[in-house]
Design a binder for this molecule. Sequence first.
Ligand code: I3P
Length: 106
Amino acid sequence: MESMLVRKHDLTAGGKKATSRSWEKLFTVLRGPRLSFFKDQKHAKQEGAVPRDGPLDLRGGEAEVASDYIKKKHVYRLKLSDGSIYLFQAKDDSEMDFWIRTINSA
Ligand code: I3P
C-alpha cells in the first residue's frame, strides 16, 4: 500500500513529546507490519531508498479515530507499542476508516 498521508508526530518512543510537531504531507509505504515515510514518491522509488522516518513497527500498535482532536476533521491516531503516537488527517471519513482498518490488520 502506498499513499500520500498528512501526518503529525505527537509523542516519541517512551511517550515523550515530539520536538518536530508540524503537519507534513509524506509519501507513505506500508509493507507487512512496517510503515515508512518518504519525502515524496520519487525518493521512495530510488534504489536503496532510505525512509525519512521509519519504518515504524505496527505490531502491537493500534489506530483509532482521534475524536478528542478537534482542530481538524478526519483525524486518526496511531499508537505504537513503544509509546510513540502519530496523528494522520484523511481527506474524508471513508479514507480515515480505510486507513484505520488497513493499519489494524497489517
Ligand atoms: C507546530 C505546528 C502544529 C501544531 C503544533 C505546533 O508548530 O503549528 O500545527 O499542532 O502544536 O507545535 P511548528 O510548525 O513550529 O512545529 P496542531 O496543528 O495540532 O495545533 P502543538 O505543539 O501544540 O502540538
